[in-house]
Design a protein around this ligand. Sequence first.
Ligand code: F6P
Length: 522
Amino acid sequence: MHPRCDETPQWAQLQAHYQAQGRGLDLRRAFAEDAGRFAHFSQQAPHVFADLSKNLWDRQAEALLLDMARACRLEHSRDAMFAGQAVNSTEGRAALHTLLRRPRGLALPGDEPFVAQALQEVHATLDAMLAFAEAVRADAQITDIVNIGIGGSDLGPHMAVRALQAHQLPGRRFHFVSNIDGHELASVLQAVRPESTLFIVASKTFTTLETMANARSALDWFAAQGGQDVARHFVALTANVAKAAEWGMSRTFGFWDWVGGRYSLWSAIGLPIAIAIGAAGFRDFLAGAHAMDEHFRSAPLAHNLPVRLALLDIWYRNFLGLPSRCIAPYHAWLQRLPAYLQQLEMESNGKRVDSQGRALPMATAPVIWGEPGSNGQHAFFQLLHQGPDVQALEIIAVRDSAHGLAGHHQMLLANALAQAQALMQGRASGCGHRHFPGNRPSSFVLLDALTPASLGAYLALQEHRVFCSGSLWGINSFDQWGVELGKQLAQDLQPRLHTGDVAGLDGSTAGLLQRLAGVGGR
Ligand code: F6P
């Protein structure tokens, strides 16, 4: 067992450094005193450039954080994950999403014995899944693809299909149904026809209430509309192939229990992405992620972008006490990115005990939230500029646009730059409500273009960042026990909504249930 970050000697040194210097750090002064600050705190990684220099840290804090990571044996934990060790300790499983983008036949030092065989299975399934995706693309009768899934079986594919629309096959519409709320499925079903629709039922477990209810309703609708040939119009993506067969799904692409739900878009769960951007595009997506894997595996910690981001996250959460990180993608097609990152960070690291079950004495995952810029500027950026609390902010910008509308992209990029500048510079001249305190942090992440490869690399970067902060906090980032209790209670409450039975319920739940069931009057 490796020491947790708070158990290292650097922890107290970081606290002392924060009190002595970190608290009083002024970014404007830091830039004036250090001409090399941008160069030092920026980092090129495969497909992704990040400027971390407008953050409230200095070289000494970073050096201590790096020492802390070494004391926690972060590289050892990283290698254990890549090698297929059971790093998901509470479920006794590996977390091998990196294998899904590993080139055929590539062995890594220390690979667990099962990894070589697993890699062969990965490529056999990938080949079959991509052949199917190409067949769907070639089938002019199929105009609508409806993905039914939730959480990791929705957020990644949904985000990526929207992000990569410049690479999308024209003439196809992609719909994503996740919510148990029938309004969502109903409006999709109104817009499609059975003979031209492919339904993808995506669920690792094939037992998730929302997905199964939506799949059942889609099958019923298909039959009621006179749909012919369920085998042609429904396909299952799951790690529970037997369960999909019980559902009568004759065409299934499988994956493995060592793929976590929120890490699964690289597996068969990526089928909607593959249909949208084609087999070659999907292979580029995997290659971009693999390039980032190699960077994470081999770059020294001080020049390792996922590690540097994670250390900044720990500095902010545990020493500055920043409660949240706002995600502001300056690209309209990255609209679903904040939601995707919410699950990645908050389901992975939103935990109050370490992997041994011991209560943690420090804060863990920040709240992740956000919206694309420039929209956010006309909504919540007010709080970032002048609210009483400082929040972390991450701007994601793309240098090249994929549209030909003159002037728009320069305006967009100028706004992204200006926000980061304004947050840092502030404005001393005004007073009262015209005063901008400045010294507010931001990270600036830059992609040259929004391509399958750059998106793949960016997402792998975020996965590894979450893994690093989770490892340093001593957390198992790959389980999600926190979602179980609500699921169980909903099962108890569902029949009560018919009967109005409130026996044993607390006063509030009872009162609300009676109103919802129409028992106590509306
Ligand atoms: O709600 C938690 C969760 O288990 C997520 O981790 C997962 O991505 C989602 O539900 C969907 O699960 P499944 O793919 O098994 O339907």
